[in-house]
Design a protein around this ligand. Structure first.
Ligand code: NAP
Ligand code: GDD
Length: 347
């Protein structure tokens, strides 16, 4: 039997790395698009990568960018994936206020480029769009698939555009497109400028005596934080469903940034109020005050259920950041060591 073939855009990101791991574990041949960089940008997937000259390799990386449609077409044609997961995005909400046009190009138009390329070359594949709870913005919580979209940032508006493009290609051209509307999900691989990882990294550094203070913006915002590896399992389930549809993935529990801070510092035996300072540059011109998801549809139709609650998530992330400092690897994530004998190559 030949392996099912998947293409992941954004494979070097938090979710892309966990999804690659999941699909390789399920026997898939996985292709990922990475951007050219003057430094290595594959630290999250290095443990999965094996020399393509070796036998039975199932992970392949290709240079490309959602800004260049010709390259995307060439890659789609060459790889002929049966599943495409579009995870690539300028995904930072605060930054999207400073770079709205670039964010719209990648996070919005990037999806259109990909779907139109699929349509033009007549590729038969299932398409996952990484939609976001940020699209709900000021809609009252709990939010589910029927909640109105009221985005409050250039990132949110770009994701809303992509959400509608994915739906439109489903309706107009009968493409199998699904929107996974995911609420915040975190892990030791979370980018260090998102608030959870910024906090757990600071906790480790303060505990080690390397830093004294952590500078943050709005502590009152409420988010529904889940554990990323569980969410990529949900993405896969959506693409394996009989019919294309849209699904919310969330824990259903809301907590404030302040709650997260208290849990993380307390776990390390520290008092957060002695170490946290306010910096207004981290405030946003418009804030999403509270988002809490209702994932009943994913539970009943896909059998998806999150198991890791916030206190466990905090422990996983703080422990990982403390370990990172101990092995002297700065801000690089390391939840699977790469020393000899534990290379983690999936073959
Ligand atoms: P992430 O860690 O920021 O990863 C984003 C990925 O997109 C990286 O691999 C990045 O490559 C790639 N990328 C950025 N611009 C690109 C471009 N122009 N062309 C090709 N690739 C590009 O994000 P994540 O947390 O894994 O999230 C995955 C997706 O889900 C994103 O679309 C995000 O917006 C969405 N989402 C995330 C959450 C969450 O809580 N994590 C919730 C809802 C939706 P580099 O490594 O080279 O930068
Ligand atoms: N990043 C950051 N840095 N956020 C801070 C800080 C800070 O210093 N201080 C307070 N916050 C608050 C933000 O104002 C926001 O209300 C909350 O912490 C969460 O911010 P982020 O961790 O940056 O995540 P986000 O909710 O804005 O966006 C994430 O989740 C979305 C899903 O709802 C990203 O992963 C998006 O890509 C994703 O779509």
């Amino acid at each position: 039997m030949t392996a099912r073939r998947a293409l992941i855009t954004g494979i070097t990101g938090q979710d892309g790395s966990y999804l690659a791991e999941l699909l390789l574990g399920k026997g898939y041949e996985v292709h990922g698009i990475i951007r050219r960089s003057s430094t290595f940008n594959t630290s999250r997937i290095d443990h999965l990568y094996a020399d393509p000259h070796l036998p039975d390799v199932r992970l392949f990386l290709h240079h490309g960018d959602l800004l260049e449609v010709t390259r995307i077409m060439v890659l789609l044609n060459k790889i002929q994936p049966e599943e495409v997961y579009n995870l690539a995005a300028q995904s930072h909400v605060r930054l999207s206020f400073d770079e709205p046009e670039y964010t719209a190009e990648v996070t919005g138009l990037g999806t259109l480029r990909l779907l139109e390329a699929i349509r033009q070359i007549g590729l038969e594949c299932r398409f996952y769009q990484a939609s976001s709870s940020e699209m709900f913005g000021s809609s009252p919580y709990p939010q589910d698939e029927r909640s109105p979209l009221n985005p409050r940032s250039p990132y949110g508006t770009s994701k809303a555009y992509s959400y509608w493009v994915a739906r439109n290609y489903r309706e107009a051209y009968q493409l199998f497109t699904v929107n996974g509307i995911l609420f915040n999900h975190e892990s030791p691989r979370r980018g260090p400028t998102f608030v959870t990882r910024k906090i757990t990294r600071a906790v480790a550094r303060i505990k080690a005596g390397l830093d004294k203070f952590l500078y943050l913006g709005n502590l009152d915002a409420v988010r529904d934080w889940g554990y990323a590896p569980e969410y990529v399992e949900g993405m896969w389930r959506m693409l394996r469903a009989d019919e294309p549809d849209d699904y919310v993935l969330a824990t259903g529990t809301g907590s404030s940034v302040r709650d997260f801070l208290a849990l993380a510092f307390e776990y390390a035996g520290l008092d957060w109020e002695r170490h946290v300072r306010f910096d207004e540059s981290y405030l946003r011109p418009a804030e999403v005050d509270s988002i809490i998801g209702d994932a009943s549809k994913a539970r009943s139709e896909l059998g998806w259920e999150p198991k890791v609650a916030l206190d466990e998530l905090v422990r996983i992330m703080v422990d990982a950041d403390i370990r990172l400092l101990e092995v002297g690897r700065g801000s690089e994530w390391v939840d699977r060591p790469r020393w000899p004998g534990n290379e983690g190559h999936v073959r």
